[in-house]
Write a protein that binds this ligand. Structure first.
Ligand SMILES: *Cc1c(COP(=O)(O)O)cnc(C)c1O
Length: 432
């Protein structure tokens, strides 16, 4: 009935997440807050893992893209489920290191990693650094040599597939700041140089074709394009690469009408393509990495707000203002992202009122949703915005010096803070 099975309504007519009453959550921890169903996150990881086990003989690794939602407890959870983690900055890597995340299961991305970030990764023996460009490759080789280490890398390849055009296309030259381009020969050149380096171990190749993708065909095409490159590398250098990293981007439900495909469908299609195409090309089947971010946490989380003023502008629209806004959820302001809004304490009632939900920031564009249907709400009601588990906490800012929200995990009838609400003192702690 809702965007995720972990969302429901209890006998009091209150919205629940993981069977926990969200109105109680708001009372216990105050608003605004983010809440996640821990079991749902675990189920999602297990489903991805199972799809690799069932469809690809377990010859792969699920690597959680932590930029979707990164905090220590989330990374501990990933490790406890046997998933790896993908980090894209020194800060995300620091978070992983601080929970003793196994270095072999860390994948380090980014199109402009700093010298310090690369050193940090080499010092921690990160299993796979995904190198974006030749400058980075040479810097990394130098760092590895200085430290007397061999560094495992992958190269990020632009496969020339744009999954965001309605009917996806294979372009000659995709315009992207990420990675080595295939068409210009840059990719092969980078691969050859990496193979020639003494302190670098090229483990394989990576591609990531976009985000919130519902269509399975672009993933399949990307896999085959990458295998063509594996074949070319084998023919020209005699080296058979081991790892194929297919990135993330699996679509989730923001609206009830969204229809994401089961992860097992994705893996079946990609596995079939990889197995048969690798055989056609005379290649052994590669070890596969997939990097889901949004699909692991997105629909497992929601945001709770308290309604302040309700402003009805006759013949224009009705604004409902809440005690958060673009600071905790910039996605509507950034990309007019769609969300379902539910009055948590009136969840059993009909959503027959059309309103605009506004935040409390000094910015007319500080909106969470426009022309959305909600129950008749009044000041003091609790408003839930669903599917905010990905790219909300991680994209939050302190705009207007509003402190960051706490994150609550619920599991089996218990709720616990995994990130505390930021205090004013903490927010000002770097000020001189
Ligand atoms: C963002 C990103 C992901 C995760 O994307 P989702 O859409 O959240 O699944 C995976 N890999 C790379 C390299 C990324 O940049």
């Amino acid at each position: 009935m809702y965007v995720s099975d972990c969302i429901s309504v209890n006998e009091r007519g209150h919205l629940t997440i993981g069977s926990y009453d969200t109105v109680e959550l708001a009372k216990q921890f105050g608003t605004p807050l983010y809440a996640f169903d821990e079991n749902e996150i675990r189920r999602n990881i297990r489903e991805f893992k199972k799809s690799i086990d069932d469809e690809y003989n377990g010859n792969g690794l699920v690597v959680y893209a932590s930029k979707a939602f990164c905090c220590k407890e989330m990374l501990r959870l990933c490790n406890s489920e046997g998933a790896g983690v993908d980090v894209v900055s020194g800060g995300e890597l620091y978070t992983a290191i601080s929970v003793d995340f196994p270095a072999e299961n860390i994948v380090f991305h980014g199109n402009n990693k700093t010298y310090e970030e690369l050193e940090m990764a080499v010092d921690y023996n990160v299993g796979r650094i995904v190198v974006d460009n030749l400058t980075e490759l040479r810097t990394l080789d130098k760092i590895a040599e200085e430290k007397g280490k061999t560094v495992g890398i992958m190269l990020r390849i632009k496969p020339g597939i744009d999954a965001h055009t309605h009917s996806f296309i294979k372009t000659g030259q995709i315009d992207s700041k990420f990675g080595f381009s295939l068409e210009t020969g840059e990719a092969l050149e980078g691969i050859k140089e990496a193979l020639s380096m003494e302190n670098i171990k090229l483990r394989g190749l990576h591609c990531h074709i976009g985000s919130q993708i519902f269509d399975l065909d672009p993933f399949e095409l990307a896999a085959t394009v990458m295998l063509d490159l594996f074949k070319q590398v084998k023919d020209e250098t005699g080296v058979e690469l081991e790892d194929l990293n297919l990135g993330g981007g699996f679509g989730i439900k923001y609206l009830k009408s969204d229809r994401p495909r089961a992860y097992s469908d994705y893996m079946r299609k990609v596995s079939t393509a990889v197995n048969s195409y690798a055989a056609d090309l005379g290649l052994k089947t590669p070890f596969i990495l997939i990097e889901p971010g949004r699909s692991i946490v997105g629909a497992a989380g929601l945001t709770l707000y308290t309604v302040g003023c309700v402003k009805d502008i006759p013949d224009v629209r009705t604004y409902i203002s809440v005690d958060g806004g673009m600071g905790d959820n910039p996605r509507y302001a950034l990309y007019q992202s769609a969300y379902e809004v539910i009055c948590a304490n009136k969840a059993g009632e009909k959503r027959d009122w059309t309103v605009t939900v506004a935040g409390k920031c000094c910015e007319s564009g500080d909106l969470i949703q426009e022309w959305t249907r909600v129950q008749p709400v009044e000041p003091g009601d609790i408003l839930a915005v669903l599917s905010t588990g990905a790219y909300n906490y991680s994209m939050a800012s302190n705009y207007n010096r509003i402190p960051k929200l706490p994150v609550i995990f619920v599991k089996n009838g218990k709720a616990r803070e995994v990130v505390k609400r930021e205090t004013y003192e903490q927010m000002c702690s770097c000020d001189i």
